[in-house]
Design a protein around this ligand. Structure first.
Ligand SMILES: [Zn+2]
Length: 307
């Protein structure tokens, strides 16, 4: 399986995108949600409804404190073979410096973020938590952050999803491929990035207003809208650029950066999800979870349960 991914990384074999050739792709699609505030519960109810109806798998990265506020509700809602539950740390504190979100916290706090976040997921859902996505994430993942990698390894986590920005903390995050942290001494720990825009920024849902967010010269100019998106269709049009490019470039996977609270505020009917999932099905990407992707890239399992 590793060989498949490596070949996918370097090969410039064009993929045909018309429906008739859809079955030839190996590109996977992961719907994933950074679940991180009180407003996420109501949003997740709506999200789960769409996923069940369309039989679309998903990974929910959940902040420990958010889960701790409503453990019964989340357990009931998200216990489903379609869903993987992973950690979004204990309380969303920074595991390393982030230009926009602030400096790294102390060593003790980093430990708490990683260990307590994982424990909360495992205690609630009574199954192993394989991965963690740090709050805000970083432009080079956790490369060089040996103290953090050590804690993550010690906690028994198998993957991190910590690369969520383009070069120099720009948006969008490019279509980066999985890699392991062998260069930092952690060959068994995998980075499984995420792609595109933090959708909350695309809509000004953080209330930041105009910010110095994009790179010049841009790597994907077509993926930088000239203004905040206003409708679910606008948002889908941006999503589609990343999804289609992942297929055209034969990337191992594509996964956009979504937040239940922000999706719900913008589009309570979750029309964007329907548009995006219909497109994913139409072009023949293989829906799966981050756990499935981890199993494939690490060779720890050779089947995708949601193919
Ligand atoms: Zn977050």
């Amino acid at each position: 399986m590793k060989a498949t991914i490596a070949a996918g990384a370097g090969a410039a074999m064009p993929q045909l995108t018309k429906a008739g050739d859809a079955e030839k792709t190996n590109t996977m699609y992961i719907a994933a949600y950074d679940t991180e505030s009180a407003r996420c519960l109501e949003a997740c109810r709506k999200i789960v409804e769409v996923h069940k109806r369309l039989e679309m798998p998903a990974t929910f990265f959940i902040v420990g404190k958010t889960l701790d506020a409503n453990p019964k509700e989340y357990k009931e809602l998200l216990t489903n073979p379609l869903f993987e539950i992973a950690s979004h740390t204990w309380s969303h504190k920074m595991l390393r410096d982030n230009v926009f979100c602030g400096p790294a916290v102390s060593a003790d706090e980093k430990r708490e973020e990683i260990f307590r976040g994982k424990e909360m997921v495992e205690r609630t859902f009574e199954r192993p938590c394989l991965g963690v996505r740090p709050g805000c994430s970083f432009d080079d993942g956790l490369r060089g952050a040996v103290d953090v990698l050590k804690l993550i390894g010690e906690a028994g986590l198998k993957y991190v999803s910590s690369l969520a920005w383009g070069p120099d903390y720009s948006m969008p995050a490019l279509l980066r491929e999985p890699f392991n942290y062998a260069a930092d001494g952690f060959a068994d720990l995998w980075e499984l990035p995420c792609h595109g825009w933090h959708e909350n920024l695309l809509k000004n849902n953080n209330g930041w207003g105009p910010r110095r967010l994009t790179l010049w010269p841009p790597v994907m100019p077509e993926a930088i809208p000239s203004k905040f998106v206003k409708t679910p269709e606008d948002e889908f049009a941006v999503n589609r650029i990343f999804i289609d490019r992942a297929l055209d470039r034969n990337k191992p996977f594509v996964s956009l950066i979504w937040h239940p609270w922000s999706l719900y505020k913008f589009d309570p009917e979750m029309k964007m999800l329907e548009l995006t999932f219909a497109h994913v099905h139409k072009i023949g990407l293989k829906p799966c979870t981050y756990a499935d992707l981890y199993k494939q890239v690490s060779g720890q399992g050779d089947t995708i349960s949601h193919a």
